[in-house]
Design a protein around this ligand. Structure first.
Ligand code: GLA
Length: 383
């Protein structure tokens, strides 16, 4: 039975009600990594892996939740002060808190959660959960919040209830995705455009390093601080600089001697990635996937060497992919320290790519990596 049908059936059994079902996807990001919180551009697309929230109002004052992933339930009263608790619950508590903070009165509801976005794989399962739950509460109580409001609520939740100072990319992508399109998002103005991604002879393939990026939060915050440190230094020379978005390579190089080497490397990566994204969009518009693939490799090298967010398994996967026929480009994707590589692979070579990369990885790391062939799909919606 399909996941959605199972969810509906389980909801009826659990709560004796008919649910509304909301689906919100995970995302891939083609290029533009760690640029979002530096106010640069990103190029994500929503994928065909989703978190589902089944929901119905109840006549108590409680939100009662059951999460299949964790076989755990919990309930809380949205009328009272909502505070962080633990684990996955914080995503729901945080979204509740920030919706209330917009002056909305949330009533009681029964909720059931499931999904097929792999957790800890860098496909933004947590952003998808926040998006699905926020979307569901917004629909159920008719609050009229926009998709961008919900994306910002998801981001604030990560900041305040989870403690990771993420950018806006993941939440934005989960809520704004469009079938067959990438989104070029300006993370400063939050303006975006849909870019057709129509390459029927190619597939976007993820290979999971099987390293769950659980420690990523604190290192992620450190990267963010290092970028801020670079900005503070450059701002002394040019007060018009507010973020690395405002910094060109020449300016950065001119003040290199004032930087701690590690901070310089971090900033160097972001400044080069920012420009690479723009060049990458041009290459895609011309249908020049070969150039785009080379840029993916450059992004990986920067993330690994200068930005320091890769790991042995991801480096192996990205490098090994380069030796396999039909692979146009490969790099680590997302925050890093584990999760997936993203690969552009000729459609007729996906099968042999899968077999080869799995075998090579398993020989070395004694575990077969999951391979996920993705489709670019719509963002959050009511089913
Ligand atoms: C994580 C964050 C995003 C973004 C990426 C790196 O996925 O949630 O905001 O910073 O890492 O590009």
């Amino acid at each position: 039975m399909a996941l959605v049908d199972r969810l509906r059936k389980q909801f009826r059994e659990l709560y004796h009600q008919e649910p509304m079902i909301i689906a919100a996807p995970g995302r891939v990001n083609l290029i533009g990594e760690h640029t979002d919180y530096n106010e640069g551009f990103v190029l994500p697309g929503a994928v065909d892996k989703r978190m589902y929230v089944a929901i119905a109002a109840n006549d108590s004052n409680k939100i009662c939740i059951y999460a299949n992933h964790y076989n755990e339930s919990f309930s809380f009263s949205p009328k009272e002060t909502v505070q962080p608790h633990k684990g996955w619950m914080n995503y729901l508590l945080g979204v509740t808190y920030h919706i209330k903070d917009k002056g909305k009165e949330i009533g009681g509801a029964n909720v059931l959660i499931d999904g097929d976005v792999p957790v800890g794989a860098g496909m933004s399962s947590s952003a998808a959960l926040c998006s699905a739950y926020g979307f569901a509460i917004n629909e159920l109580f008719g609050f009229g919040l926009s998709r961008m409001d919900l994306a910002l609520i998801g981001q604030k939740t990560e900041h305040t209830f989870v403690g990771v100072k993420v950018g806006i990319m993941d939440q934005f992508a989960s809520l704004h995705g469009k079938e067959g399109h990438l989104m070029k998002l300006d993370c400063r103005s939050l303006e975006y455009e849909y870019i057709p991604f129509h390459f029927p002879d190619y597939k976007v393939v993820l290979v999971n390093s099987m390293v769950s990026h659980s420690l990523a939060g604190s290192e992620y915050n450190v990267r963010r601080q290092q970028c801020e440190e670079g900005v503070a230094l450059l701002k002394k020379h040019d007060p018009s600089i507010h973020s690395l978005r405002d910094v060109g390579l020449e300016t950065l190089q001119a003040y290199r001697h004032e930087f701690k080497p590690v901070v310089y490397d971090r900033c160097w990566y972001v400044v080069t990635e920012k420009d690479r994204l723009l060049a990458g969009c041009e290459a895609l518009a011309k249908g020049d996937l070969a150039s785009f693939g080379r840029m993916m490799i450059a992004t990986h090298n920067g993330l690994s060497k200068q930005y320091g967010v890769s790991c042995t398994q991801l480096d192996f996967l990205a490098e090994r992919a380069g030796y396999i026929d039909g692979v146009i480009g490969s790099r680590m994707m997302g925050g890093g320290f584990g999760g997936c590589t993203i690969n552009i692979v000729q459609a007729n070579a996906v099968e042999s790519f899968t077999a080869k990369i799995q075998l090579a990885f398993e020989q070395l790391f004694k575990v077969a990596p999951d391979v996920i062939v993705t489709q670019i799909e719509d963002g959050a919606k009511k089913l």
